[in-house]
Ligand binder design. Structure first.
Ligand SMILES: [Zn+2]
Length: 478
């Protein structure tokens, strides 16, 4: 027979007393009223009321929305609210600097892989510093589309941590890249990339990632000319489907992207950059209900990261000081982390990225493709590729949005892409991504109207994660 612990009875009594408390000393509901609210579905509410209860949204509506008796009312007339932002393409096991890019760095910039390994270990041991940079940038959800296997376990730990954004992660990547390249990328343990050498290996990688709980299985490039590889990819796609997981593809090439869609891909994490997209591509996209991440803000970031290597980078645009100390110091004095920098070719690289030629090709085609796909009604998400050189965790998000706006996407649509569509990519639309009854209370408060100009997202003052509202210009208390 069960007995009731007396202490439990007392606690239960206190609980009931506090529930019946009708004064405002311990309100059950928090109400934010007066702001212009964008709910993430495309709807705008002037003079809004949003009611939060136990970390979730109790109600959202206009000024006539009924307010419960026991509520704390906070007037934020003149401000703007959107759902928390979602970065649908990040790499939490990479720093955003050259120290986690050995393939590139080994030949050009670094003299030893030890820098790489220590930087990799640092990301694993300090991932909460990136969490804070995201949250204080207004990003309350991130999708790690490929990296160390340990990133998959973050999905669960971050979920219950109000100091972390929600995390989705796909884990180890599958690739046709050479053994040499794959070895240069992989730490000796916790492999981030697996070269697809047989059907059975492909199936096993899919199985293991899926059993670990991965959200998606990412393919890093295809090799259409390699028939054997492509036939192994069919086995991979078959296993993904069998286990109910999702195929994600990294490519910039139109024909590769089409082949991936024919294999069933549901998410492209980069835009097509070499050719203008055609009808066939758009139709395949729609048939798969696939999502498109243009990922076009990287150029500015790459130039910045190269300037940092030669000591020519200007100040980091980080008014709220959200970046962690290591990243900041690395940019200001990379020599402290990499003792003998070989900067051959860096100037050349910067010149190349700044050239008119680059602008006409690599820069303009992805923007044109984004506009075409948007006009065709393809679902578009926002992803920075943060973790790669120059794409700093958190703050890179604004550059990406601004570049998408430059491509011709209206700011009001960008709000939806940055919130609801990101949650779709993370497979979390049932509880995050929009401000609707029953969803988690993840939102940001802005000084300026983001639907007028998406740059106004930079006017963020507060972020709410799971009902906890904090100013973004103050460090989180530990
Ligand atoms: Zn990436």
């Amino acid at each position: 027979m069960k007995t009731i612990n007396p202490l439990f009875s007392i606690l239960l009594l206190i609980f009931f007393i506090s529930c019946n408390n009708s004064d405002n000393t311990n309100p059950e509901y928090t109400v934010y009223q007066g702001a212009t609210l964008f709910d993430g579905t495309g709807k705008k509410i002037d003079s809004s009321i949003i009611i939060i209860n136990k970390g979730r949204i109790e109600a959202v509506g206009d000024e006539n929305t009924a307010i419960p008796d026991n509520a704390e009312i906070i007037d934020i007339t003149g401000k703007y609210i959107t759902p928390g932002l979602i970065d649908a393409h990040v790499h939490l096991s990479a720093t955003g600097l050259f120290d986690t890019r050995p393939g590139q760095a080994k030949e050009k910039y670094l003299d030893s892989l030890n820098y790489y390994l220590s930087a990799k270990a640092w990301t694993k041991n300090n991932v909460e510093k990136y969490y804070e940079a995201y949250l204080r940038s207004g990003v309350t959800g991130v999708y790690d589309t490929g990296g160390a296997p340990w990133t998959i376990s973050l999905q669960e730990t971050a979920e219950n941590d109000l100091n972390a954004p929600h995390v989705a992660a796909s884990g180890t990547l599958i690739t046709p890249a050479s053994e040499e390249f794959v070895n240069s990328i992989n730490p000796p343990v916790e492999k981030e990339m697996i070269r697809l050498t047989s059907d059975s290996l492909g199936r096993k990688v899919v199985q293991y990632n899926t059993y670990l709980g991965s959200t998606g299985i990412k393919i890093w490039g295809l090799a259409l000319e390699d028939e054997e590889f492509m036939s192994r990819m069919e086995a991979v796609a078959d296993e993904v489907e069998k286990l109910g997981n999702k195929l994600i593809i990294h490519t910039h090439v139109l024909d590769d992207a089409k082949a991936a869609l024919q294999l069933g891909a549901k998410l492209l994490v980069h835009g097509v950059s070499h050719k203008v997209v055609d009808e066939e591509f758009i139709n395949l996209f729609k048939k798969n209900n696939a999502l498109y991440t243009p990922n076009i803000g990287w150029k500015k970031a790459s130039i910045y990261s190269m300037e940092a290597l030669i000591g020519e980078a200007g100040d980091i645009e980080d008014p709220n000081q959200v970046l962690d100390e290591r990243t900041r110091r690395f940019i200001q004095s990379p020599g402290e982390y990499i003792s003998s920098l070989d900067t051959t070719g860096v100037q050349e690289g910067i010149k190349g990225l700044r050239s008119e030629e680059f602008k006409k090709g690599h820069d303009s085609i992805p923007m044109l493709n984004l506009k075409k796909l948007w006009e065709a009604g393809v679902t578009i998400v926002v992803g920075t590729d943060a973790g790669n050189p120059g794409m700093l965790h958190g703050i890179s998000y604004y550059d990406e949005l601004e570049k998408m706006q430059e491509a011709g996407i209206p700011a009001s649509d960008l709000i939806v892409m940055a919130t609801r569509n990101g949650a779709m990519a993370m497979e979390r639309l049932n509880d995050i991504g929009t401000l609707e009854k029953g969803k988690m209370a993840d939102l940001i408060i802005l000084e300026k109207d983001p639907s007028e100009d998406i740059s106004n997202i930079r006017s963020i003052t507060h972020v709410m994660r799971g009902g906890l509202l904090r100013p973004v210009n103050e460090k989180f208390e530990k």
